[in-house]
Design a protein around this ligand. Structure first.
Ligand code: URA
Length: 199
């Protein structure tokens, strides 16, 4: 059994917050265990909770369109969420739910070792970088501890909002160059947050 499959088995029986009582299925994430790019959304919605797979509704179709626009297929990237169970009525995840679930995403990142993480939306961005507002840092690559971060608006929010939609479409076009940069290997760390921005 692969380490990732074992992780999914552990997530499937996780009792660590109240969402374990209302969920139909856990949604651990999916993709190759050596994916170079990891997308991290917020939380499973209705269809994800039914199917046990991330981003299978309208937001997922939009995400696939965006991937196609840069010549990638969904099965070439890893897709996860900050929390692995659906909040009732798709409400925002609570801080205690995010904390109870923290270990699973940490473990996924350790196992997959992505070169780039794309936080999708403000909850995901806050998980990685609590002080950065998504409206300011979306589309700006930064580098920390061997990983490039390229935050973007959440596809569900961007889908029907003209400005955000254009922004996420443009931000996606920065992924290939960021990947090329990331493939060159580890960079020297620059400690000052202001100096971390690359593009
Ligand atoms: N929105 C998310 O953040 N994650 C999903 O899996 C689906 C919709």
């Amino acid at each position: 059994m692969s380490a990732l499959t074992e992780l999914y088995d552990n997530i499937a029986v996780c009792p660590d917050c109240d969402l374990s009582r209302s969920r139909n299925r856990t949604v651990p994430g999916e993709g190759p265990d050596d994916a170079e790019i990891m997308f991290v959304g917020e939380a499973p919605g209705f269809y994800e909770d039914q199917q046990g797979r991330p981003f299978v509704g309208a937001a997922g179709r939009f995400l696939e369109e965006l991937l196609t626009s840069i010549g990638l297929r969904r099965d070439q990237v890893y897709i996860a969420n900050v929390i692995k169970c659906r909040p009732p009525d798709n409400r925002d995840p609570l801080p205690k739910e995010i904390e109870a679930c923290r270990k699973w995403l940490e473990c996924q990142i350790d196992l997959i070792k992505p070169k780039i993480i794309v936080p999708l939306g403000r909850f995901s961005l806050a998980w990685f970088s609590p002080n950065d507002p998504i409206g300011r840092v979306h589309g700006q690559a930064s580098y920390r501890d061997g990983i490039y971060y390229l935050p973007m608006y959440h596809p569900a929010a961007a889908l029907h909002a003209g400005n955000m939609r254009r922004a996420i479409e443009e931000d996606f076009q920065k992924l290939p160059a960021t990947l090329e940069e990331a493939r060159k290997g580890p960079k020297e760390e620059v400690p000052e947050p202001e100096q971390m921005r690359l593009f």
